[in-house]
Design a protein around this ligand. Sequence first.
Ligand code: SF4
Length: 304
Amino acid sequence: MRSKVFRAYNVWPDFPSISISGEACALNCRHCGRMYLHDMVPADTPDILVKTCEQLAAEGARGVLLSGGCDRQGRMLNLDRMLPAVRKIHDMGLIIKLHTGFVDRRTAGKIAEAGVDIASMEMVGDKSTAKRIFGLDATAEDYLDTFVNLWDAGIPHICPHICVGLHDGKLKGEMTALNLLKTRIKPSTIAIIVLRPTKGTKLANAKPPKGEDVEAVTGHARKLFPKTKIILGALRPRGSEIKGGMEQRLDIEIGALDGGIDGAEVPSKEMLAEAIARGFNIKRIQAYGVLPLEYEDRVRTDQT
Ligand code: SF4
């Protein structure tokens, strides 16, 4: 998908994030330390999940991200028992993006039956990164197995997240992750995210990757997947956290543009100006960047 349209995504308020485990998580990842869960709407029982989604839909939400904490093997807490409720949310007409965690073939089949539209999961290409960051004994092939299970189950849209610099800010395994995905699945969208040193975590003082690192990983993804939508995700250093942060933000955003992305979540106005200077028209979309193109008439959009 190469066109002269640059997609600018904004998630809030049309696509709220819900944690199906509340604030619970058995892992304590170096880059997150359970901090990500604080910003999500908690809904840790099937009943609460359905009621929460009914209310969000009544308030105008078009879709939801279902995410949450994991068990010690990297599987989503509560996922199995929530899937009948997920089906009800699907039947309400909400678009469902599920962060799956590790899944076997059986769970992947149940996710497909629940009507999940978009399945996302990080793809890690180096087992030392999985150990150091998540505390998991998982190889790159273990990550790939989850994607193959989701693919074989027939989930319509599978969207791997590749985190540039996840290994304490250094590149390690990102290219392998992409190479492995290429051998087995056809992603609907690839989301490039970037290590964001986050206050209160073990990586609070890590040095995030540079724009040239983001360009290298994005460019590799573009080369391997020339027709796939590739976006820069919201999870990246976005400037307000540190001194000099805005320059760092733009360096990363320009690196992603140079690498060949098709859009970005919460792009800075400077990034949009640069995209326009490069000949793109801007299409603003109130949704996650992994929203499939054919779903765009189900959400609010505005093209300039
Ligand atoms: S599993 Fe997810 S929520 Fe739990 S600490 Fe790791 S990144 Fe954070």
